[in-house]
Write a protein that binds this ligand. Structure first.
Ligand SMILES: [Fe+2]
Length: 301
């Protein structure tokens, strides 16, 4: 087991670079948790019984010309952290969402446990598709990847009919309005999004929604490029309430609705857990986001 922990730690160093001092201790602790706690039967049992809420949130961001989008409903999922071969974990989510009818399903990464592997990607994609196959989603299921997802998961999602946005954007038409839906995956590169993600500056007839696992500088980049809504996760709410660390990004974007210039952002608390199979002072949720007209003075008319 000791060898397995060192191997996991070496994998972190290969991914992120060399650690020193406090960061070395933290990453060793993380490697220990990922090897000894996350895959355990006890962790799976606790995870499968964690309360999961479906919570409604109004997103007041629409301009008068965008009234056709008033009421547009997005099911926002993130940080599912599903265990392998765990039908009860799929059922936990499926039972909550099967009767929902939404305009769009958006998921912002961290679908599995640990760092994921290429061999597991197809099974994981099938599990996610199975959890969502009784939910009505008018414009489909679209996802971006997170730091716990293997890059091969994008292709695996496409094979089961889930659209993975990897530094790209697509157009959706809804009530004669066009929505640009973009997504990117900075987890492995820690870089700003690719210019391929359709900058929208000056295109007032397009409403841009971005999916990205992280908040922080990526949110500002997205706002600067004319997007109006930014969906994100990663913080887990935080999973241990009020426990903040730098890796969670901006302190004012840890959960719920926030604004970055004229762009609304939403950080969901997420569905699952990582490292520890519990949450303290913070319940897991499936977020149902409804676009609403902006409050006077919030965005320019
Ligand atoms: Fe996560």
């Amino acid at each position: 087991m000791f060898q397995a922990i060192l191997k996991k730690y070496a994998a972190f160093e290969a991914l992120y670079g060399r650690f020193e001092g406090r960061h070395k201790a933290l990453m060793l602790h993380r490697a220990f948790c990922e090897v000894c706690i996350e895959p355990s039967r006890l962790a799976r049992m606790i995870d499968n019984h964690l309360p999961l809420d479906v919570r409604h949130h109004d997103i007041p961001v629409l301009r008068p010309a965008e009234a056709a989008l008033d009421g547009f409903c997005i099911m926002h999922l993130s940080d599912l952290h599903l265990h392998k071969n765990n039908p009860a974990g799929i059922t936990r989510l499926k039972d909550k969402v099967r009767s929902l009818s939404v305009d769009l399903t958006a998921a912002t990464g961290d679908f599995g446990k640990g760092q994921g592997t290429e061999e597991d990607s197809d099974d994981l994609a099938r599990d996610i598709a199975s959890a969502l196959d009784e939910t009505t989603s008018r414009h489909g299921i679209h996802v971006s990847l997170g730091n716990h997802d293997h890059p091969s998961l994008g292709e695996a999602f496409r094979r089961v009919g889930i659209h993975c946005l990897e530094s790209q954007a697509i157009k959706i038409s809804h009530n004669n309005r066009h929505i640009i839906l973009g997504g990117f995956h900075p987890a492995y590169t820690r870089k700003t999004p690719s210019p391929r993600i359709c900058p929208l500056t000056g295109q007032e007839d397009l409403f841009g929604i971005m999916l990205c696992h992280y908040n922080g500088p990526y949110a500002q980049w997205t706002a600067d490029h004319g997007y109006r809504l930014y969906l994100t996760g990663h913080t887990h709410g935080p999973q241990i309430a009020r426990h903040y660390h730098r890796g969670m990004g901006d302190k004012d974007k840890l959960e719920g609705l926030w604004f970055c210039d004229e762009m609304a952002g939403f950080t969901t608390k997420g569905v699952g857990t990582s490292l520890y199979p519990f949450r303290l002072g913070n319940r897991a949720e499936v977020s149902l986001l409804t676009l609403r007209m902006a409050r006077p003075g919030l965005v320019p008319t």
